[in-house]
Ligand binder design. Structure first.
Ligand code: FMN
Length: 263
């Protein structure tokens, strides 16, 4: 199945099960995402320009993952940082050349070259930078991102982390992020959940999404803008999308589902 067929099948499954549910677009500031589906960044070469542009073309957000992106460059083991920067630049340019849709970059906060990768994404004018695997609080070039019209989106797995990020942003930058990705324990890729937490309902997406909705309310009011929540982790079908949106999510982030597409 290619990405187009995957998108059509997901939408049909929503329409079939919930005929009265109008699939809303996802609004992130002035960015309108026709389908409320963000393809999650998948590192080490899994989500590159091919997948990101295919998803963006279908009206979702396509994400290039920066983590280990330079591995296929000939000099990666000599100068990994230079290889990563070059590969990221190339992949963003390729994605933007093949789609007029929305392209994001996923950059893990824990990466040694986090700041340089963010600079590259800004220079290449991506639409959105998604920052996970750590708390994106310090050394975020918020003013520069605002000037370039790039959306800043942290990934959290708890309302505590969301609160901390928003509190610190407010203090340091007098600003708050544009949206939040809430990743539950079922998310693919490497996450920090223990085995017990994986099945503990306290950590489930269904528990955490409504908590993050509450956490963000005062910030939405203070900064006079809606801060959308994008829920990810174990979302596979249209029914899953519907259910989590009923709990307050404005959109979803999906990774595993896209791994098996041609792109
Ligand atoms: C193979 C794979 C690699 C991933 N790599 C990253 C990554 O580099 N950075 C990141 O923030 N998330 C990463 N993720 C998480 C995804 O962006 C997304 O949040 C997650 O896949 C959503 O859950 P799902 O797989 O159940 O759809 C990865 C996921 C998968 C499946």
């Amino acid at each position: 199945m290619n990405t187009y067929e995957r998108a059509v099948s997901l939408l049909h499954s929503v329409k079939h099960k919930f005929p009265y549910f109008d699939i809303p677009s996802l609004q992130i500031g002035d960015l309108t995402v026709k389908l409320p589906i963000v393809q999650g960044g998948m590192g080490v070469g899994i989500s590159l320009s091919g997948l990101a542009s295919a998803v963006a073309d279908q009206g979702g957000i396509g994400t290039i993952a920066a983590n280990g992106i330079g591995l296929l460059e000939p000099d990666y083991f000599k100068d990994g940082k230079a290889a990563n920067i070059r590969a990221l630049r190339t992949e963003i340019r390729k994605a933007k050349a093949s789609s007029a849709g929305i392209i994001a970059v996923n950059i893990m906060v824990a990466l040694q070259d986090f700041s340089q990768l963010v600079q590259t994404a800004i220079e290449e004018r991506v639409d959105m930078i998604v920052m996970g695997a750590g708390l994106p609080v310090k050394n975020i070039p918020v003013a520069q991102m605002r000037e370039a019209g790039i959306k800043a989106v942290p990934i959290v797995s708890s309302s505590r982390a969301a609160e901390l990020i928003f509190k610190m942003w407010k203090r340091i930058y007098k600003d708050v992020p544009d949206a939040v990705v809430v990743e539950g324990p079922e998310a693919g890729g490497h996450l920090g959940f223990s085995e017990a937490e994986l099945t503990d309902p306290a950590y489930s997406l269904e528990t955490v999404v409504p908590q993050v909705v509450e956490t963000l309310k005062p910030y939405s009011e203070e900064f006079a803008r809606h801060i959308p929540i994008i829920a990810g982790g174990g979302i596979y079908t249209g029914e899953d999308i519907y259910r989590i949106m009923q709990l307050g999510a404005d959109g979803v982030q999906m990774g595993t589902r896209f791994v098996a597409t041609h792109e």
